[in-house]
Unconditional design. Sequence first.
Length: 674
Amino acid sequence: MLLAEIYGALSGIAHAMMSWRLTVRKSTEPAPGQTVDVFVPTYNESIDIVWRTLSAAVKMDYPHQTWLLDDGNRPEFKKMADELGAHYIARPSHEHAKAGNLNYALGKSTGDFIAIFDADHVPGRNFITAVLGYFSNSNVAFVQTPQDFYNLDSYQHRLSHNKNTIWTEQSLFFKIIQRGKDYWNAAFFCGSCAMVRRSSLNSIGGFATETITEDLHTSIKLHKKGYQSIYHAESLAFGMAPATLSPFITQRIRWGQGAMRVWRLEGLFFSKGLTIAQKINYAASILTYFDGWQKGFFYFAPMIVLCTGLLPIYASATELAFHAIPYFALNFLLASELARGYGNTVFIEQYNMARYFAFAYATLFAIIPGELKFKVTNKELNKELNKNKVSHFLWPQKIVLFANAISIPVGIVMYAYGHLPFWALVISVLCSFINSLLAESVIAFSETKESFKRTSYRFTLPNVVTLELAGKSLFAVVDEISSSGCKIYGSLPSDIGKDSELKGQIYFPGNIFPITIKVENFHHELSTGNQRLSVLGCLFIWESESHMRSLNEHLYESNQQFELADITEKRLTPIEKILLWATSTKRVSQEAPPLKWAPLISNANIPIGVITELPDFYTHCYTAIFSTKTDQTLANLKIIGKDDQHRFNLELISFKELPGSNTSYFICDLKVRP
């Protein structure tokens, strides 16, 4: 217990140091004429995933050369690269995995700067222009940006019930900790969504190949040389997070194993070249994997007390309460404020429970000899591949659950026979109950994720769709879109049967996209205005692969789903809530109500966007998403589903453009004019 608490105290001090001050970076316009290479390394990812990334990489602003680094040596990938205008590299041997692949490409290319994207990370058009300006400082070796993810239903995402607030397991790291590390010139390269100076890499012999975490190891080598790193906190690329427990845990084990080998090779505390602050920052990130041992001890400590009567702390109940209650309260408040709204105590503890054994296992490789093998994280939802793995990875949580549950009645018997003080019984039973609850929540969440039937993520992007039914074109709303299917809802006839094939058009900004769908299911829902909506679950029928990929361009090459759904990762901290409560006369909820959209039609009977009614205490207001830029006044418009016979005159209150890869959405607040 003493060792666990000392570890916790030191980790807490290091975390406070990393999170206390955060940088605010703003790049300058990049100078023209600089040479940039874009590397997309791949090994066994599917061609659809790589196509999304490569297609977006080729189209980025600022002149550059894009290179597909295929360690799978696949002819179809060379053909794809040729079609998209990218260079193709397949090396004859495959030593050192991803790092070796990158180093081989360094010898085949000449750009002064290298942007790197994992095969699933789709960059935005402005990535190069957003980060290249930092390199006007000749001492900057690399610029790292956040690794964000578009699949909000992954294992590491927690979306609120109204789909307005998201929390991810890596939010705290990319939103806070990396910015805090940046203050100490200790932000590290994360292997993707980054740009590196070639001459800096050459000075250390290229990307580090001695460990399976080439990104962390390369960062340390560059910092030892005295180079500066930059963390640009803007999300400029979106990837695919692990969908289920098994790839999530496998990825964390690989990170931990690599971190242990980096520790062995670099000897951080006594190595030359790093400042004291950099040593503390790197040590905090590497030694965090020992959390697994600390958490594991805390999970089993109450069981030991209940079953043996041995007490880790000798104090009366009153003494313990006077020390423990203020400690836990202050610890919670400090952690919440340092997280700036990106922490969540319950979720953090659930993920601590999910990965405690993986972290503890990974630390053993600080002493276990032998070469480690790089394993690509499988992020695609493959039911056949994953169906037998979830139970295997849940055994550590099941042991915690059953051991703590069984220990409670044993502890009661120990108390009855005088082997356990009453206060120790109460505290230990409470801790065992909490541990069991945490373990059960992880087991239930993991099994729920495993039971998902969809194999591709569906984007929240509401648009108008027309469906051809009985010789008529009916307006509806399409949402939850993927390359495989979508949801369509609105005022539709109830005689649409399962397996019906329908044709229609989606009115994307600047593009009327023809579709053919097969109806998988039909049901009814109530909108926020208590109106009955017909809802179709549909699969797309594609005439060609190129037609499907043109849809993927619209879906994957921007972060518009976050903007349109007003999704935020930041919540109010306890102090912010208190200040808001003390200073606000009107109690405003941070979370918006769930939205249902309706088609908005011009007086020429042309769809111009979708609109939803939002309740307001003072005026009748609407929020609308337009597919084209609109005027101050909007006259004679029809909202399908609200009142087909009545037309509205609307006035623009606020206006915001949401740029995408090719076109923009425009989100507006409106009010009714007489």
